[in-house]
Design a protein around this ligand. Structure first.
Ligand code: E4P
Length: 218
């Protein structure tokens, strides 16, 4: 399973990219708004950090024609820009048109497998089911990842599944075990994935023993 970072914060993207663990970036209008910066300038800066990795940038309009116009502008920023489109009828129409134009798409706000199937049939490069938001309403978000993974496998569907709305490391582990293609995770979850108390304790013990042995190799 590949890891994408889910943020529009360029410092977080830079730090995660330096770790060598991320294969893409996803943003959304809320994440962009949180940074309080120009949208296009932010996407360009993200591209300057991650090079050719896929970067999802979302259209704002709810009308297919306008989505296509906005998406074309975003796609003009680079071949690795993935146009993120909401899962609506207009979103599907726009996805079909982007597919015909060779523009990659990420159909977002997916909360059912029928939505995922429709998005895939419209040509979506990626589909983004939101597990955390389903958990929030007392449903088991990860069941949706299982169901979509099964449907896509049985029908040889090539759209990649991005497990989105990831809130903690358990989501990442479950998505990986199920076989999701990608999990897009906030920077703080990447930090949580790095840490283990036994690693910290182990480092402390090694250094204390080394100190006790009075070695001076370094
Ligand atoms: C995915 O592409 C979205 O940006 C994101 O995962 C939404 O997560 P949230 O439910 O934590 O806002």
């Amino acid at each position: 399973m590949k890891l994408f970072i889910d943020t529009a914060n360029v410092d977080e993207i830079r730090k995660a990219h330096e770790l060598g663990v991320i294969a893409g970036v996803t943003t959304n209008p809320s994440l962009i708004a949180k940074e309080g910066r120009d949208f296009f300038a932010t996407v360009k800066e993200i591209a300057s950090i991650v090079g050719n990795l896929p970067i999802s940038a979302e259209v704002i309009s709810l009308k297919a024609d306008e989505m296509v116009e906005q998406g074309k502008k975003l796609a003009g920023l680079g071949e690795n820009i993935v146009v993120k489109v909401p899962m609506t009828e207009d979103g599907l129409k726009a996805t079909k048109r982007f597919t015909e134009m060779g523009i990659k798409t990420n159909v977002t706000l997916i909360f059912s497998s029928t939505q995922a199937l429709l998005a895939a049939r419209a040509g979506a490069t990626y589909v983004s089911p939101f597990v955390g938001r389903l958990d929030d309403i007392n449903q088991i978000g990860m069941n949706l990842i299982k169901e979509i993974s099964n449907i896509f496998a049985v029908h040889n569907i090539s759209s990649e599944i991005i497990t989105a709305s990831v809130r903690h490391t358990a989501h990442v582990i479950e998505a990986a075990v199920i076989g999701a293609d990608i999990a897009t995770v906030p920077y703080k979850v990447i930090q949580q994935m790095v840490k283990h108390p036994l690693t910290d304790a182990g480092i402390e013990r090694f250094l204390a023993d080394w100190e006790g042995a009075k070695q001076s190799v370094f």
